[in-house]
Design a protein around this ligand. Structure first.
Ligand code: AMP
Length: 238
């Protein structure tokens, strides 16, 4: 496979075309950002850990019948993925209150919700990815009714699969963010990544954060937490 031009550079990844139009090359960077890149750092080894964790989780989800853009892990920092047109919505699922919902609604952190809550955010850095209603997405053409229904169904399936997975390694899945894209047949599949950058993981019993909150809140040992997630996943076996 020949890597050609860079198509896009985001906060945590770079995307390249290859000599095969059905294959893109996705490089995980060592950058960590929070609060829409108002806080930034470089951490050697972070790209490699997220590539390992995200590849592992996409493979696990595929075994559970959940399709994603992931093709295969190529080397420490890179994986190949299918080309998709990204839906400009971030889908957040919450099992427990934490983060922006607590700030926005004045809620206490750590309240278990009686059922999963799904929220949509408009993917637009200049606006700080605002929370939007489904009607906004429909009226402004970001997604169709069918797209929203499909994304919600897949998000709930991902939640069931990830709760089962993280329960088995003594971690509570608090919340996570997904992104979706449409493949060449117009089918909605999971895209982006599923990693400690995009999920909240609390260790059962201690409540210790094992995710990007350690960076957001200056809790220290960010990479140690990512390594711990990888250790538990790899020891669990597929
Ligand atoms: P928040 O809305 O900040 O409480 O985030 C809810 C969940 O979605 C957390 O697991 C975050 O890590 C994740 N999340 C929200 N926005 C983003 C983003 N722009 N990039 C990566 N993860 C995000």
């Amino acid at each position: 496979m020949e890597i050609r031009e860079m198509l896009y550079e985001g906060k945590a990844k770079r995307l390249y075309s290859t000599d095969d139009p059905e294959v893109l090359y996705l490089e995980y960077k060592n950058s960590l950002t929070a609060f829409n890149a108002k806080k930034k750092a470089e951490m050697e080894g972070k790209g490699e850990l997220n590539n390992l964790i995200s590849s592992w989780i996409f493979k696990y989800l595929s075994k559970k019948g959940i399709e994603s853009h992931f093709i295969e892990k190529i080397n420490d920092n890179c994986q190949t993925v299918k080309p998709v047109t990204i839906v400009p919505l971030e889908v957040v699922l919450r099992n427990v209150t934490a983060g922006s919902i607590c700030k926005r609604l004045g809620l206490e952190q750590g309240m278990k919700l009686s059922r999963p809550l799904i929220e949509f955010y408009y993917k637009e850095d200049e606006l700080d990815d605002p929370l939007v209603l489904e009607d906004h997405a429909l009226l402004f053409g970001w997604a169709t009714e069918e797209d929203l229904k499909t994304m919600k169904e897949i998000t709930l399936k991902v939640n069931d699969a990830l709760i089962e997975l993280f329960d088995s390694i003594d971690i509570d899945l608090v919340d996570f963010k997904l992104e979706f894209g449409k493949d060449s047949d117009g089918k909605i599949i999971l895209a982006d990544e599923v990693s400690p950058d995009t999920c909240r993981y609390w260790e059962k019993g201690t409540g210790k954060s094992l995710d990007k909150d350690r960076f957001r809140k200056d809790m220290g040992d960010v990479l140690g937490a990512y390594r711990e997630i990888w250790r538990r996943l790899s020891e669990r076996g597929e």
